[in-house]
Design a protein around this ligand. Structure first.
Ligand SMILES: O=C(O)[C@H](O)[C@@H](O)[C@H](O)[C@H](O)COP(=O)(O)O
Length: 261
C-alpha cells in the first residue's frame, strides 16, 4: 500500500506553529474520540514538540478532551535517569501532563523506562517499552494503532532518534531500538523504529527555523531515508508537515503562510 501524499501546512513563525499544532491536536483528539476510544497519541521531544504541549496546556479547549480515554506514548527518549530534566518525559510533564492532573490517569502515560539499576542499557529499556506497546496492540500488531504520532525534526533530518546513516534506521521486526552515539546529545537514546512510526494513522512532522530548511527541502523531495530520515516518516492515512516559513524557505513550490495579516 503506497503512503499517502505528504501535506504541507506553513505557519508564519515557530510560535504560531506551536499554537496552531496544539489547536490541531486538540481538535483531532476530540474528533477521534467522537467515534473511537481509547485514543493513542505519540509525543515528541524537541523545542516545537514541547512548545506545542505547553500551548495545549494553555488552551481552554484542553477540557474538551476526555483525557481518561487518551493514552500517551513517546516516539523517542533520551536514556537518562528518571526525572532528569533532559528527558522528553520530564519536559512533557512540565509542559502539560502535570497541568492535566487527575484528568489524565497515570496509567495512560507510557514513558520509556529510564536509566536505573533494573534498566542498565538502552536495549533493556527498548525491550521493556516494546513489551508495553505490544500489551496495548490489537490483531497481533507490535504496537497500538496510534491515532496521531508527532515528530520533531533535526537539522540533519533525523526524526525521533533515527539519525542519518545510523544502524537503527534499518531495524526491522521490532518496534523499538536502543541508540548509541547519537550526534544530538545525549548519546544514549531509545527510539521507535520506522515500522512502529508507520503504524500510525496520522504522522505529523513539525519543524521550525531556517536551520531546518535544507532537511525539509530534502525530505519533501524524497531524499534517501538513509540521508534524510524524515523522508521516511509517513502514516497510513495522513502525513502532515507542519512548518514555519523559515523551515520551508528552501522547499520548492510550497505555498507560504496565508497573508491574513
Ligand atoms: O529527543 C529528541 O531530541 C527529539 O525527539 C528529537 O527528535 C527532536 O524532536 C528533534 O531533534 C527536533 O528538536 P528541535 O525542535 O529542538 O530542533
Amino acid at each position: 500500500m503506497s503512503a499517502p501524499a505528504r501535506e504541507v501546512v506553513v505557519h508564519p513563525d515557530a510560535n504560531v506553529l506551536a499554537a496552531a499544532t496544539a489547536a490541531r491536536l486538540l481538535t483531532h483528539l476530540v474528533d477521534t474520540q467522537s467515534h473511537r476510544a481509547p485514543v493513542h497519541a505519540v509525543l515528541t521531544g524537541g523545542t516545537v514538540g514541547i512548545a506545542t504541549l505547553a500551548a495545549v496546556a494553555a488552551s481552554p479547549a484542553r477540557d474538551a478532551v476526555d483525557w481518561s480515554q487518551v493514552h500517551l506514548w513517546w516516539g523517542d527518549e533520551r536514556f537518562l535517569p528518571d526525572g532528569d530534566p533532559d528527558r522528553n518525559e520530564t519536559q512533557a510533564r512540565g509542559a502539560l501532563l502535570t497541568a492535566l492532573g487527575e484528568a489524565l490517569p497515570s496509567a495512560n502515560v507510557h514513558a520509556v523506562p529510564a536509566l536505573g539499576p533494573d534498566v542498565p542499557t538502552p536495549e533493556v529499556a527498548a525491550e521493556r517499552y516494546a513489551s508495553e506497546l505490544a500489551s496495548f496492540a490489537t490483531d497481533g500488531a507490535e504496537v497500538p494503532t496510534f491515532d496521531v504520532l508527532m515528530l520533531g525534526m533535526g537539522p540533519d533530518g533525523h526524526v525521533a532518534s533515527l539519525f542519518p546513516g545510523h544502524v537503527a534506521l534499518g531495524a526491522s521486526g521490532v518496534a523499538t531500538v536502543g541508540v548509541h552515539g547519537s550526534p544530538k546529545p545525549p548519546p544514549l537514546r531509545v527510539s521507535l523504529t520506522f515500522e512502529a512510526l508507520r503504524a500510525a494513522r496520522q504522522v505529523w512532522v513539525v519543524a521550525a527555523g531556517a536551520e531546518k530548511a535544507d532537511a525539509v527541502a530534502s525530505a519533501l523531495a524524497d531524499a534517501p531515508v538513509s540521508l534524510t530520515p524524515a523522508a521516511g516518516a509517513y502514516g497510513t492515512e495522513r502525513t502532515l508537515w507542519l512548518v514555519d516559513a523559515a523551515a520551508v524557505s528552501e522547499a520548492p513550490a510550497v505555498p507560504g503562510p496565508s497573508q491574513a495579516h
